[in-house]
Design a protein around this ligand. Structure first.
Ligand SMILES: C[S@@+](CC[C@H](N)C(=O)[O-])C[C@H]1O[C@@H](n2cnc3c(N)ncnc32)[C@H](O)[C@@H]1O
Length: 295
């Protein structure tokens, strides 16, 4: 007899649970069974950027490079799972390249649903001056799913209602007190008075988080808080999270902290070692904390 969690674990060969594996994700994923991953959270190499550290892909070739990988992601993701892609189009010859938009269109043709787009506002970006734009202060987190109904645990990311309650909710108009249907005929409506006297509300799709550079050893690390937020939203303890472009292992660290299982894949042996060391440090910290609790 298996417990529910043990049954879940049967989906994935044990060799792939809580592992960092070196290789091209497209090849490594071939060994993973269909419909076995709960969440894919990743930040791939951005077109042509950081070519000095891990090889850039030319913007015009980006979609052709990425699509075969998304076929594997689609195959291994559970029908109820989510794929969150952290990406931003780079500037080529003074204008934004369209490879991210082209990628979204190509993925939709292959069956992916472009369910939502979140924005990561980088709170601590440094000032600068550019001739035709301002400093780049945000990145996309594109949420793809395989079907309309997917696992989403919205209560896990609720936020304090904040100042809004003092201003907006204290001065409700007559419209605010009843359901206000959309004037553009979208079928959606809102009843703001439903939120009076509540301490916690659902967040927006803009995440305000500072960048972090883990020990300066990887050039493109996102903060642990970023995958943590999405892991809480789209997974439960015991679920398995995949980062196919794992880098220094930030997604895996978040998974480990939240009691999810992880699989991290990176083409670079050095980055795999960095991620393994980082996870080992997490383990040591946990052991240290347990010792303190026990004494
Ligand atoms: C933007 S970085 C990821 C950084 C990561 N989010 C972190 O917090 O450290 C992209 C990573 O993709 C890896 N990579 C590039 N091509 C790959 C491939 N075909 N398969 C697996 N990893 C790949 C690079 O070595 C690099 O570490």
């Amino acid at each position: 007899m298996f417990t529910e969690t043990e049954q879940k674990k049967e989906f994935i060969p044990v060799d792939f649970r809580n592992k960092i594996i070196q290789g091209d994700c497209e090849d490594i994923l071939k060994a993973i069974p269909d419909n076995s991953i709960d969440l894919i959270f990743t930040s791939p190499p951005y077109a042509d950027q950081r070519s000095a550290t891990y090889g850039g892909i030319k913007p015009d070739k980006y979609v052709a490079w990425f699509m075969p990988k998304t076929d594997e992601f689609f195959r291994v993701l559970k029908p109820t799972g989510s794929f969150v892609l952290n990406i931003k189009e780079r500037v080529v010859d003074g204008e934004r390249h369209t490879y991210v938009l082209e990628l979204i269109l190509a993925m939709r043709k292959k069956g992916w649903r472009w369910t939502e787009e979140y924005m990561w506002h980088k709170k601590n970006s440094h000032p600068g001056k550019w001739p035709n734009r301002f400093r780049d202060n945000w990145e996309r987190l594109i949420h793809f799913t395989k079907q309309k109904n997917f696992n989403m645990y919205q209560d896990e990311v609720m936020v304090p209602v904040g100042d809004w309650a003092q201003s907006r909710l204290k001065n409700l108009s007559e419209t605010d007190k009843k359901r206000d249907n959309s004037r553009v005929g979208s079928g959606f409506g809102k009843n703001i008075s439903n939120w009076v006297d509540r301490d916690m509300v659902y967040p927006s799709n803009v995440l305000h988080m500072a960048t972090e550079c883990y020990n300066q050893q990887h050039s493109a690390v996102f903060p642990v808080a970023l995958p943590e937020w999405f892991l809480r939203l789209f997974t439960q303890p015991g679920d398995i999270v995949l980062d196919p472009f794992n880098g220094s292992g930030t997604t895996c660290v978040a998974a480990d902290r939240l009691g999810r299982d992880y699989l991290g894949i990176d083409i670079s042996q050095d980055y795999c070692e960095l991620a393994i060391n980082r996870l080992q440090n997490e383990l040591n910290t946990k052991k240290g904390n347990n010792k303190h609790e026990a004494t």
